[in-house]
Structures are given as structure tokens and as C-alpha cells.
Design a protein around this ligand. Structure first.
Ligand code: ADE
Ligand code: ZN
Length: 335
């Protein structure tokens, strides 16, 4: 089989702050005079033994405090985009958590300008396409999300969509319905994390109350056959992150991951990396883990890449170009 790193793919579930490798965290801490509460790179890495989503989020938010300037955001995203390119990513829809940075006293303009500059550079250098999806934190009040959306609104044309993330269980989607309605009126695409730790009801709420076009994670949907039938009929994309699910304990091991059963159920499943610096691999590594664990052949892996392009918010002409590249890879692989 030709290399999985050459398989053209779209990454649709990627938190840019989750690409902060420990070495860069310490370099930025020094550059900005920020004290990280860890002895060093190895000490920080040794804390990556997560027990659940919250145990990860605590560390993730702590590390983000090193991101202070426009240059920091540009450097962070550039490092990710270079890595992603090397793993076959040709289109990326990048999440960012603006509320965390705003609370830390960082200007929204610096966050957006830095990330957008990095995306432009990846376009110039690699022909990579994509955009930015700011996410609202569901464990903060919906009024905070609405304030943040209004601050984003003047730059809506530069954004792809909005999302919803952070601690899921106990933080239902319902209070965010108005925020998402307003985002839709601004012409933004809508996505939300759901069914990562929470039960299928969280996925239904995201669909019915927020009107999302894609569900981020959704690994618990198989518990609800009626929901599965709906997701299949409507071909709602699910942005699944296998290494993340195993690292956060939502799934006991890669061998028990529901992804093959989700595909068998006819769901539009995509493979993504979520927070790759923390979960042991970038998107190509997720594809490799699936091949090694489930013995997926080149055809099955090309199908997953094709799903990622289909589920993306790329213009139809770009989708056609990427699908042709995937078909060329499939042919070269002889399947
Ligand atoms: N923020 C960053 N990664 C996340 C995840 N996997 N789930 C919810 N919120 C997140
Ligand atoms: Zn996520």
C-alpha cells in the first residue's frame, strides 16, 4: 500500500490549542514571561495520563496560558499546518476557543489575525484550503457565548462556522440555541461536540435545538438505533477522533472502538485528531492506528478520506479536486 501520509484528506476536528507540543509550550512561556506550573517538558508530558475529558481539559486550559500574542497564534498554527501537510492534510477546518484567550486578556484580533495568517501561508505554500471555526465553551454561560459571537460578528466573512466544545456531561446544548441561531443568520456553518462522553440525547439536542450540520465525535450514537437511522438517512457527518477517544477513556481500547460498526451502520464517519499533541498522534497516525487495529485495506482508508472531503465545508469545485486526488491514490494502491 502507498503511504497513508500521502493519502489526501481533510481534517475537520482539530483544536489548534490542542496542537501545542510541550517543547513549544515552554518556549512560548519563556518568550512571554509566563510561569507554567510544571518542572519541564518531561514533567508536563508525564501528566498526559488522562482519566476522562475533564482531566484533559484542566491541563489543556492551563497550557493555553502561554499563548499571548498574534505571533504566538501564528507560530502555533504554522507548526500544526506544516505537520498536517506532511500527513496528507489538504484541507483543514480549525477550531479555536476564543473565550479562554479573552478571559486571559488576549485581544480577539490577535487570535484571529495570527491564525488566519498561518492559514494563508499554508495556502500559499502548500495549496492547502480551509478555515477557522471558533467554538463556544458549553460550561460557561450562554450569555458569554453570545457576547463572544457579537465580537466575532464584524469578521464573520473571514470565518467558516462556529462550534461548541468543553465539558459535555451536565452542560446541555439547549441554552445555546439562540447563539447558534444568530450565528446562522451571520452566514456561518454550525457544528457541535456531542456524544463524546454524553449519551445520544446530547446528539439529538445538537441536531434539533442548535441545527448543527455536523456532529463532533458522536461515538455513543450506536446506543440509539433510531438516532442511527436518522443520521444515516440524513447523512449527517460525524467527526470521529479514535486516538482521542482511547486516551480520554470514552473507549476502552482501539480494538473496541465503534468506528467500524459506525461505518457498517451506513454513517458518514470521518477520522480526525482532536488534540494531537496530547493524544499521541496527528491525523495520519489515527489512520495508521485504524489500519493496524482493524486491518482496513487501502480501499477502506480511501473511503474514509473521501468522507472527510464530502463532509467538509469546502466549495464544490475544491471537493471535486480533492476527490480526484483520492481516487488517484486509490488507483496507485491497486484497490
Ligand atoms: N476541547 C478540546 N478538545 C476537546 C474535546 N475532545 N472535547 C470537548 N472539548 C474539547
Ligand atoms: Zn474536540
Amino acid at each position: 500500500m502507498n503511504s497513508l501520509l500521502d493519502l489526501p484528506k481533510a481534517e475537520l476536528h482539530l483544536h489548534v490549542e490542542g496542537t501545542l507540543e510541550p517543547e513549544m509550550a515552554f518556549a512560548l512561556a519563556e518568550r512571554n514571561g509566563v510561569q507554567l506550573p510544571f518542572a519541564g517538558v518531561e514533567d508536563l508530558r508525564s501528566r498526559y495520563a488522562f482519566t476522562d475529558l475533564q482531566s484533559f481539559l484542566d491541563l489543556y486550559y492551563a497550557c493555553m496560558s502561554v499563548l499571548r500574542t498574534r505571533q504566538d497564534f501564528e507560530d502555533l498554527a504554522t507548526a500544526y499546518l506544516d505537520r498536517a501537510h506532511a500527513q496528507g492534510v489538504r484541507h483543514v477546518e480549525m477550531f479555536v476557543d476564543p473565550q479562554v484567550h479573552l478571559r486571559g486578556g488576549v485581544a480577539l484580533e490577535d487570535v484571529l489575525d495570527g491564525l488566519l495568517a498561518a492559514l494563508r501561508r499554508a495556502g500559499d505554500r502548500y495549496g492547502m484550503t480551509g478555515g477557522l471555526i471558533p467554538c463556544f465553551l458549553r460550561d460557561l454561560p450562554a450569555t458569554d457565548a453570545m457576547d463572544t459571537l457579537e465580537r466575532l460578528a464584524p469578521r464573520a466573512a473571514e470565518l467558516l462556522g462556529v462550534g461548541l466544545d468543553s465539558a459535555e456531561v451536565g452542560h446541555p446544548a439547549a441554552p445555546f440555541a439562540e447563539v447558534f441561531a444568530r450565528a446562522r443568520s451571520l452566514g456561518l456553518h454550525l457544528v457541535a461536540h456531542a456524544g463524546e462522553e454524553g449519551p445520544p440525547a446530547y446528539v439529538r439536542e445538537a441536531l434539533d435545538l442548535l441545527g448543527v450540520e455536523r456532529v463532533d465525535h458522536g461515538v455513543r450514537v450506536l446506543e440509539d438505533p433510531e438516532l442511527v437511522a436518522r443520521l444515516r438517512a440524513e447523512q449527517v457527518p460525524l467527526t470521529v477522533c479514535p486516538l482521542s477517544n482511547v486516551r480520554l477513556g470514552g473507549v476502552a481500547s482501539m480494538g473496541r472502538h465503534p468506528l467500524p460498526r459506525m461505518l457498517d451502520a451506513g454513517l458518514l464517519v470521518t477520522v480526525n485528531s482532536d488534540d494531537p499533541a496530547y493524544f499521541g498522534g496527528y491525523v495520519g497516525d489515527n489512520f495508521t492506528a485504524l489500519r493496524e487495529t482493524f486491518g482496513f485495506d487501502a480501499g477502506a482508508l480511501a473511503d474514509l478520506a473521501a468522507n472527510s472531503v464530502r463532509a467538509s465545508f469546502a466549495p464544490e469545485s475544491r471537493k471535486a479536486e480533492l476527490q480526484a486526488q483520492i481516487e488517484a491514490w486509490r488507483e496507485a494502491a491497486g484497490s
